[in-house]
Ligand binder design. Structure first.
Ligand code: PMT
Length: 230
């Protein structure tokens, strides 16, 4: 049975993918199903936490018992919700797949086909919510005790493997924990199972063995629990 060790802890979790509008009909999206974020929410609620999920697009059917779910669409809405809720949280977990870029122009009418073929889509950069949460904690806008957990969806490339990129991302983001999971080739996005590493700001690295996203969630929450003030 799960330990009831998060009783009273207020945990805010982002889950699913953002949708960046292009016109009333189209958006830029991603393959996140929300499974990992909702697994974290269920596991945290079972361990006694007061859980709020801020959810983008997910394949999740119902809303898990004992969990408040707030729906958002794009990265900027997610940024607003996470920043607002982080101020009253004990831990914030950014499991959502947040678009780094959005179309500069959102057409208020459906883009029509014409003889010249498709026009290029110009993109602009979305706020880095995870980095922003860490900066808000440094500036005192949110309490210094808030535990901030990020995820890294890495494919690895000619510059290094998944773990290398994860270590680099942890340094860049400055969060307390970073869950590194390999993506691409059908991994992690939309799957029932997941695997990876849990990197801590203090240098600890824990391997998260292949298993259900629920098992991975409980391993992540063990480390979150260890960082919560007594
Ligand atoms: O939802 P599932 O189908 O279960 O899939 C789970 C998952 C693969 C989506 C999940 O395990 C995962 O890896 N989530 C993070 C996906 C992602 O956006 O990773 P990233 O390396 O691009 O982003 C790094 C971190 O910064 C993440 O915590 C992300 O939430 C956050 N971020 C990213 C971009 C941005 N503009 N602001 C952010 O805060």
């Amino acid at each position: 049975a799960l330990p009831y060790d998060l009783a009273g802890a207020r945990i805010v979790i982002s889950a699913g993918g953002t949708r960046e509008p292009l016109d009333p009909v189209r958006y830029l999206g991603n393959r996140s199903s929300g499974k990992q974020g909702f697994a974290l929410a269920r596991a945290a609620a079972q361990r006694g936490a007061h859980v709020t999920v801020v959810a983008g697009s997910t394949n999740e059917a119902g809303e898990p018992a004992g969990v408040d779910v707030v729906h958002i669409e794009d990265a900027r809405e997610l940024a607003d919700e996470m920043t607002k809720r982080a101020a009253d949280a004990d831990a914030v977990i950014m499991a959502a797949a947040v678009a780094d870029f959005r179309p500069i122009t959102v057409n208020d009418t459906k883009i029509k086909k014409n003889d010249d073929g498709p026009a290029p889509i110009e993109l602009t950069t979305n706020p880095d919510i995870l980095r922003g949460l860490v900066q808000s904690r440094e500036s005192g806008a949110i309490p210094s005790e808030v535990v901030i957990v990020g995820f890294a969806a890495e494919t690895g490339d000619e510059h290094g493997g998944v773990l290398d990129h994860g270590r680099e991302k942890l340094r860049r983001k400055g969060c307390d924990l970073l869950v590194v999971n390999a993506v691409g080739d059908g991994k992690a996005f939309g799957t029932e199972d997941n695997t990876g590493w849990l990197l801590a700001a203090n240098g600890n690295e824990t391997s998260l063995p292949y298993g259900s996203k629920t098992l991975m969630a409980s391993r992540i929450l063990d480390e979150v629990h260890a960082l919560l003030p007594d």
